[in-house]
Write a protein that binds this ligand. Structure first.
Ligand code: ADP
Ligand code: MG
Length: 520
């Protein structure tokens, strides 16, 4: 896709290939290290709640330009503030999404919750943003980073990424390269993100209240989520963590006198055990009727709710609305969720729009530089011109809908057919983006059930920087950068979903540009 025969290869961390016997031994060790330290996932093909596979990983850390890494880290608090300001700009969110919600039912449903919450006034003024800004280095601009997207909901892999650094350090040490460890930046994503939730819990200021994780029916990325839960429980034992699906919240949740989110915890559990023969609707009404043990929720951390499949019925939408109108501090609140849509990202990249949200001209310049071309496909003059441009030179673009979680985009030469199948109005649910051309790196990608020993493959890495921002419409009370993650995919793949099978977890090995060959 975005790489061709001429794409340069970044200087590697160590010389490859490794001798086969050494490679076999260290790979076997690394797999066990990964499982034993929780760099692991549930198997999708052979699911069992009782077992784990190691998460796909890259054996030796992949190179990433140091200057660009440091730039991304330094920019994060600015991006946090930008997203916080965008989320609180009702007019901007409303006008930006106006065309999209006419045709995109999912975004329209989210927007509807936003609209209703706005109409009643937000019960909780504070939001927590646990963000992840994703970047690819762009070879045509000296490997300068370009933002792929910004995630405002379920920004994942902070937990596993934190544990991957020691794993790759262990591998380098085993291979006799202890001298290289100094070029692997420390990563405190897990504590950074969890401390953000705890700061929100402190703002809520009720000692008995809990942090609620909203989860999918089946969590394949269980270790990442459990790392968050266990870190909170171990570091702050007085704060309880609950895990519930949207469906559970629909069944167990209600608002208290002051709009507190109350979950009927112990009773509904015992009910579901003792009344397992009764129908769901009966147990629902009984749990509401009998519930004597309500648990108050201080903070809601959404690890689900970002795709249509998470809302199989109106009940899940009702649960989302119930939570939104509650006093609990949401991570993200609905306006933060909407601020993370691709459509908003595209609108932000228009000339002069950043000035609306950032005061400092230097900061505007710095943020502007990480944007690549983003184009509207709305049914108007500009949108129709962009449509024509995509038909003429599709190889330069990615077409993206308002979805998260990977596997939804259309690339290059597939774009014209996809666009021609849409009506003019349907196009406004999509945006067009310049294809970023990342440099290659070479290494061993190790996957459960994969070939042993692994082969050297051409790969591309995407850097994610985590950020935490907490505040209300007028004030930001916490704003910091919170670690990073690196996801590496085969260069032949358009996307690198780790669970989907083409991506692998990785961490950056920082390299400096030398005068002659740059990073290559
Ligand atoms: P999602 O919300 O599904 O994660 P993304 O915008 O992150 O959507 O796109 C998914 C993947 O597609 C990215 O991780 C990246 O590998 C690839 N991708 C997205 N945008 C671009 C782009 N402009 N140039 C090159 N690759 C891209
Ligand atoms: Mg993404």
């Amino acid at each position: 896709m975005s790489v061709d025969d001429n794409t340069p290869v970044l200087r590697g961390c160590i010389k490859l290939p490794l001798p086969e016997d050494e490679l076999l031994e260290v790979t076997a060790k690394a797999k066990d290290y990964a499982i034993m330290h929780g760099a692991a996932m549930r198997s999708k093909t052979n699911f069992s709640p009782d077992s784990l596979n190691f998460a796909p990983f890259v054996l030796v850390p992949s190179s990433f330009p140091r200057k660009e890494f440091e730039k991304a880290i330094a920019l994060q608090p600015i991006i946090n503030r930008l997203m916080h300001n965008v989320a609180h700009d009702e007019e901007f969110i409303t006008t930006t999404l106006a065309e999209t919600i006419k045709v995109d039912e999912f975004t329209a449903n989210l927007f509807n919750i936003y609209r209703k919450a706005l109409a009643h006034g937000f019960t909780q003024a504070y939001s927590v943003g646990l963000l992840r800004s994703d970047y690819l280095a762009h070879v045509y601009e000296g490997c300068a980073i370009k933002q792929v997207e910004i995630n405002t909901i379920a920004s994942s892999f902070g937990g596993i990424a934190t544990h991957l650094v020691p794993m790759q350090k262990f591998v380098l040490q085993e291979l006799g390269h202890s001298d290289k460890l100094q070029h692997m930046p420390k990563n405190e994503a897990l504590s950074g993100l969890c401390d953000g939730m705890v700061k929100a819990w402190d703002i809520y200021a009720k000692p008995q209240s809990v942090i609620l994780f909203i989860i999918e029916d089946v969590s394949y990325n269980i270790c990442d989520q459990r790392f968050h839960e266990f870190y909170i429980r171990e570091t702050y034992p007085h704060i309880k963590v609950l895990r519930r699906t949207l469906t559970d919240v629909h069944r167990e949740g209600k608002l208290g006198q002051h709009k507190e989110l109350l979950l009927c915890v112990s009773l509904s559990l015992s009910l579901s055990l003792s009344l397992s023969l009764l129908t769901a609707s009966l147990s629902l009404s009984l749990s509401h009727f009998f519930c004597s043990n309500n648990t108050e929720v201080a903070v809601i951390y959404f690890r689900a709710g970002y795709e249509p499949g998470h809302y199989p019925s109106q009940g899940e939408w009702d649960a989302r609305y119930l939570m939104e109108t509650s006093l609990a501090i949401k991570c993200p609140s609905i306006h933060y969720h909407l601020a993370g849509t691709k459509k908003v990202q595209q609108a932000l990249a228009q000339p002069a729009v950043l000035e609306r949200f950032i005061n400092d001209p230097e900061e505007i310049k710095a943020v502007g530089k990480i944007f690549t071309g983003l184009y509207s496909l709305d049914d108007n003059e500009a949108g129709n011109a962009n449509y024509e441009m995509a038909l003429q030179t599709p190889q330069n673009f990615v077409l993206k809908p308002q979805r998260e979680g990977g596997g939804n985009n259309v690339y290059g030469l597939d774009i014209p057919d996809a666009l021609k199948r849409m009506s003019r109005v349907e196009r406004s649910a999509w945006i067009l983006m310049d294809l970023i051309h990342p440099p290659l790196s070479q290494g061993y990608m190790v996957r459960p059930g994969g070939k042993m020993p692994p082969e050297i493959v051409d790969m591309v890495s995407e850097l994610g920087i985590f950020g935490v921002v907490i505040g209300d419409a007028d004030h930001i009370v916490h704003n910091y950068q919170a670690g990073h993650m690196l996801r590496t995919k085969l260069s032949t793949a358009n996307e690198g979903g780790v669970a989907a099978g083409l991506g692998a977890l990785d961490s950056p090995y920082l390299i400096d540009s030398d005068d002659e060959d740059g990073y290559f």
